[in-house]
Design a protein around this ligand. Structure first.
Ligand code: PBG
Length: 333
């Protein structure tokens, strides 16, 4: 946006006039964070009565379904529109092809059904990717050290259908395989799931900021076969993000994600200003860990940096934010 009215020289124009009082600052405020902007990612595991804090993510727990439900009820009461489910798969169920992903009795499907039943008013987002289910920790099938695309997409399509049948509202493919949005969209249409939403991780970068997340789902120690650079994006690129997002929109995505969040605000701004499509920022585990680590040292005020970091996403143009802070923020708002 360009300003057509140029402000006058000092002292005709004193920008501090509008800033003097709180009421005035509120009047000219351009962006507001609301509870409607929040998506809460949660970790779910097998068993009963389990509630384990993730060491690198203070205040974030991996819970069994029975312990998770009351937390989701609280989130719904606070007005959080949607949660995103991430499973920890028992080690003995992990395979090279991640076939547990398409087991309709897996932990995410069971959690989805239980949450739909107990808290029908909250939206459920499920991740599409194989990394919680593969023995090597890659998001797809590995053949000769390479994550193969089309064979992986075939399994992802099955995973999408299994999750939709379990009651998932929004599928969120985070795998970065080529063509998966179109393949999933057509499979949904063919199976009469015309209203299942897809929120595509369209611009997902090969980032070191995902470290704590991999602890939480128990996939970090397994990622031996190199990183994820052969499918996730190069942090050096921005034009490529626009192309990735355009492709996912053309293939049938309803919303898109830029990930990570704060180090990639420029991408969010470019995507939202150039493509004007519902765009979500993912404030990832490493960003959450950083803010907490500094706060624990007494170096930063946690509540303040939390709110400021989330407002920054709104300013950049995001429609909403995936954040582990969601319940804390909703309570403060
Ligand atoms: C899995 C997935 C990852 C995250 C969300 N989905 C990890 C990865 O790609 O290695 C990261 C979330 C976070 O760090 O908070 N495909």
């Amino acid at each position: 946006m360009t300003n057509t009215i140029i402000s006058g020289p000092h002292p005709l124009s004193r920008p501090r006039r509008n800033r003097k009082n709180d009421w005035s600052r509120r009047m000219v405020r351009e962006n507001i964070l609301s509870t409607d902007d929040l998506i809460w990612p949660v970790f779910v595991q097998d068993g009963e009565n389990q509630e384990i804090e993730i060491p690198s993510m203070p205040g974030v727990f991996r819970r069994s379904i029975d312990k998770l439900i009351p937390e989701i009820e609280k989130a719904a009461k606070l007005g959080i529109p949607a949660i995103a489910l991430f499973p920890q798969t028992p080690q003995n169920l992990k395979t090279n092809d991640g076939r547990e992903a398409i087991n309709s009795g897996n932990i995410v499907c069971r959690a989805t059904k239980a949450i739909k039943n107990a808290v029908p008013e909250i939206g459920i987002i499920c991740d599409i990717a194989l990394d919680p289910y593969t023995s090597h920790g890659q998001d797809g099938i590995v053949v000769d050290g390479y994550v193969v695309n089309d064979q992986t997409v075939e399994i992802l399509v099955k995973q999408a259908l299994v999750l939709t049948e379990a009651g998932c509202d929004i599928l969120a493919p985070s795998d970065m395989m080529d063509g998966r949005i179109g393949a999933i969209r057509m499979a949904l249409e063919d199976n009469n799931f015309h209203n299942t939403q897809i929120m595509a991780y369209a611009a997902k970068y090969a980032s070191a900021f995902y470290g704590p997340f991999r602890d939480a789902v128990g996939s970090s120690s397994n990622i031996k076969s190199g990183g994820k650079q052969s499918y996730q994006m190069d942090p050096a690129n921005t034009d490529e993000a626009i192309r990735e997002v355009m492709m996912d929109i053309q293939q049938g995505a309803d919303m898109i994600i830029v990930k990570p969040g704060m180090p990639y605000l420029d991408i969010i701004q470019r995507v939202t200003s150039e493509l004007a499509f519902p765009t979500y920022a993912y404030q990832v585990s490493g960003e959450y860990a950083m803010l907490h680590a500094a706060a624990q040292n007494g170096w930063l005020d946690l509540d303040k940096v939390m709110m400021e970091s989330l407002l920054a996403f709104k300013r950049a143009g995001a429609s909403g934010i995936w954040t582990y802070f969601a319940p804390k923020v909703a309570a403060l708002l």
